[in-house]
Design a protein around this ligand. Structure first.
Ligand code: ADP
Length: 172
């Protein structure tokens, strides 16, 4: 078994293209689609995803819900709702860590071996990147340490800047 650090990897690219057990969606509380990565996932998964999400009744910030991947290469989608950045005094860090933990817990309970996260809250929701990436790395390391079934967690960067940030923070 590789060490947790070797099992945590950075991937520069489009999360909808990944052929793995599950990808994470940075959704909103309605779970009925939106912009950014959410829109890209709904487009790639097809209309069956929206129909399925309508049956779920939404998801509170900091929690996660699982759906099939439908037309995606990934088998499952873990939809989580990141906090909207409001300056840092509204429990944002705790809620963001909760998103990563909720997805890692779902992965553990379903015996998933590979999981990919987008940079939750780092787009439309405005979370400062370095603070968010620090939380992402710390919670994923914890999850990998407690769950040996999880072979790899990918932190997906959609820009070179985000990939560089993850690389720098992983080395520290
Ligand atoms: P949020 O509302 O949680 O901020 P966004 O979708 O606006 O969610 O952005 C979250 C992150 O996902 C941003 O870093 C954005 O660049 C990235 N992103 C957008 N599209 C994709 C994609 N297709 N694959 C991977 N990451 C993506």
């Amino acid at each position: 078994m590789e060490t947790p650090d070797k099992r945590l990897r950075i991937h520069r690219g489009d999360i909808t293209r990944l052929d793995i057990d599950a990808i994470v969606n940075a959704a909103n509380e309605t779970l009925l689609g939106g912009g950014g990565v959410d829109g890209a996932i709904h487009r790639a998964a097809g209309p069956e995803l929206l129909a399925y999400c309508r049956t779920l009744g939404g998801c509170p910030t900091g929690e996660a819900r699982m759906t099939p991947g439908f037309h995606l290469p990934a088998r499952y989608i873990l939809h989580t709702v990141g906090p909207i950045w409001q300056g840092g005094g509204h429990d944002e860090a705790h809620l963001l860590a909760g998103c990563y933990r909720a997805c890692l817990a779902l992965a553990e309970s379903r015996g998933l071996r590979h999981l990919a996260f987008p940079a939750i809250s780092c787009g439309i929701y405005g979370y400062p990147w370095e603070a968010a990436a620090t939380i992402a790395i710390a919670t994923c390391r914890e999850g990998l340490e407690r769950n040996p079934t999880l072979e790899h967690v990918l932190l997906v960067a959609f820009s070179d800047e985000m990939a560089d940030l993850y690389h720098r923070l992983l080395k520290e």
